[in-house]
Design a protein around this ligand. Structure first.
Ligand code: C5J
Length: 225
């Protein structure tokens, strides 16, 4: 049974975001060693992973406040089955990475479930009672059952954090929007390997009266919790 909680109003763009903690989930996307630490998938694609590591402290503070408020937490991981049967050739063979999905790197097999690189970074590790979803795609709703899981808990609002802003975070926000959720992206708790892509994604989400959703700094969330 879902318990109710007071209606909260949070400063956001393009306008105020109304939500209740009991009907809201915090979705933290792919804060995995493979994207954030040297030696993983992100670096194998030629990216500077230090940019992503920089959001860990703000995300940890926000996560701690959300846990204290009693809100539902969902962690996602981009992680494939060891036999890669859920990784289509179009994804496996794309680009010219130094290490491909499934290859062995310094943190085990790249983007494979159960490998050290697939784990969420220590500072944001899931605790008992939180949901952890392994997803084969960029969007967290594709082939995961996430929609059913959220709807069964009466969730209507989603707060988003994680990486990368324009790939898995934006894809998931758009999927959520199409499924009827009101989504808000926490600006300082998301990052891209390309700062211009992050800025463009934030602008796209809140353009045209919030066509995809809302954005706000995590301080705005902390102020109302
Ligand atoms: C990427 C992600 N960038 N989590 N994955 O391939 O955004």
């Amino acid at each position: 049974m879902t318990t109710t909680s007071p209606a909260l109003r949070m400063d956001a763009a393009p306008f105020v975001y109304d939500f209740e903690v009991s009907k809201t989930a915090l979705v933290i996307i792919d804060m995995q060693r493979d994207f954030i630490e040297p030696g993983g998938f992100g670096e194998s694609l030629g990216n500077d992973v230090a940019l992503l590591e920089a959001i860990v402290p703000a995300t940890r503070t926000m996560l701690a406040a959300w846990r204290r408020a009693g809100g539902l937490v969902v962690h996602t991981r981009e992680a494939h089955r060891p036999d890669l049967s859920d990784c289509p050739p179009a994804k496996l063979n794309r680009g010219n990475p130094r290490l491909r999905i499934g290859d062995r790197g310094p943190m085990g097999r790249i983007l494979v479930a159960g490998e050290p690189g697939s784990q969420i970074v220590e500072a944001l590790a899931p605790v008992d009672g939180e949901i952890v979803i392994d997803k084969p795609g960029k969007g967290a709703f594709y082939a995961t059952g996430l929609d059913e899981l959220l709807k069964a808990r009466g969730i209507a609002h989603l707060l988003f954090a994680g990486v990368t802003t324009e790939v898995c975070v934006q894809t998931t926000m758009r999927e959520a929007n199409d499924r009827g959720y009101d989504g808000l992206l926490l600006e300082d708790c998301t990052e891209s390997y390309f700062p211009a892509f992050k800025a463009a994604t934030l602008a796209m989400i809140r353009a045209q009266g919030g066509i995809v959703g809302w954005t706000a700094p995590s301080s705005a969330l902390l102020a109302v919790l």
